[in-house]
Design a protein around this ligand. Structure first.
Ligand code: R5P
Length: 301
């Protein structure tokens, strides 16, 4: 049986190469171009007939364009005879719109999941999916779905590269407790979460009523840094309460506008992210955790 083949879409090329090296799966080539009018052109350069195909693409920075690209890619791979199309979508956009907050709103998370399944996706692997009101990835996908985490590697990196005495893990809001818990277990330390009130897409207010952070080296753990508002406010609150140092970590560094500047200016000693979205602070690669997960299940039968 032919080995599985990996393609990196326009937001997944580097990760695809790293995953191919770690798994020993073949690296294929897909050409993705935009026509002058903005339409998308895609061509797969390898024969996929009868093979398991792994498609790597993160949905960020022009997420709607990448979603269309993914839909075209999945359906075409099926049309070209792929046995299974396995999506590796390290950053999955739209997960934060998981309910109708106001009457008439689109619940995009649900719709995006259905679109990918209808296009023919057979299985999906993602990393630190923003699960809040939807508690488990299996509640949103009908196909086999695996939610991996970069949190262990992020905090191990911080613990190795920063001088931390008695570190404490902090989640900037209640939703971040899931990641704070994993981080605390990994380092064998305590954790706590702050209280966040969102005023607008760019503005949040953070309260740190219970956290006892005086003299502690704090690692903040969150899934996403978008505008940096949450992280910057959390850093300010923790420093205000007497934290000795604060390092900000996240899995997905969307880093809109001046996010990095805001967080550093707020007093963070450093910012550490993974490469689900390549960025200047993507010090930790998710390629090994994705490769391990794929090797356990793909190309076995
Ligand atoms: C929200 O619930 C997420 O977990 C992040 O805290 C949030 O998306 C970060 O956004 P921003 O950087 O714009 O504050």
């Amino acid at each position: 049986m032919a080995k599985p083949i990996i393609f990196g879409g326009s937001r997944g090329k580097v990760l695809a190469v790293k995953i191919a090296k770690l798994t020993g799966f073949e690296l294929g080539e897909v050409i993705v171009k935009s026509f002058p009018d903005g339409e998308t052109y895609i061509r797969f350069m390898n024969d996929v007939k009868g093979r398991d195909v792994i498609l790597v693409n993160s949905v960020h920075h022009k997420p709607n364009d990448i979603l269309v690209e993914l839909l075209f890619e999945i359906e075409t791979l099926k049309d070209l005879g792929a046995k299974r199309v396995i999506g590796v979508i390290p950053y999955f956009a739209y997960a934060r719109q998981d309910t109708r907050f106001n009457p008439g709103e689109v619940v995009s998370f649900e719709i995006v999941a259905r679109m990918l399944e209808r296009a023919g996706l057979d299985e999906i692997y993602t990393v630190d999916l923003h699960l809040h009101r939807v508690r488990d990835i299996s509640e949103i996908f009908k196909i086999p779905a695996y939610n991996l985490t970069a949190v262990r590697d992020l905090v191990k990196y911080v613990s190795k590269h920063y001088k931390l005495e008695k570190p404490l893990i902090i989640g900037p809001d209640e939703e971040a407790e899931q990641w704070a818990k994993i981080a605390a277990e990994t380092l064998g330390v305590d954790y706590d979460v702050l209280e966040k009130k969102r005023i607008s897409a760019e503005e949040v207010v953070i309260e740190a009523r219970t956290a006892n952070v005086r003299g502690r080296d704090v690692i903040i753990v969150d899934d996403i840094i978008s505008t940096g508002g949450t992280m910057a406010e959390a850093v300010k609150a923790l420093k205000g309460l007497g934290a000795r140092s604060v390092v900000a970590t996240c899995t997905h560094a969307l880093l809109v506008g001046e996010a990095l500047y805001k967080i550093l200016r707020a007093g963070a000693e450093g910012i550490v992210a993974s490469d689900t979205i390549p960025s200047p602070v993507s010090y930790v690669s998710v390629a090994p955790i994705i490769a391990n997960a794929l090797m356990r299940r793909v190309g076995k039968e």
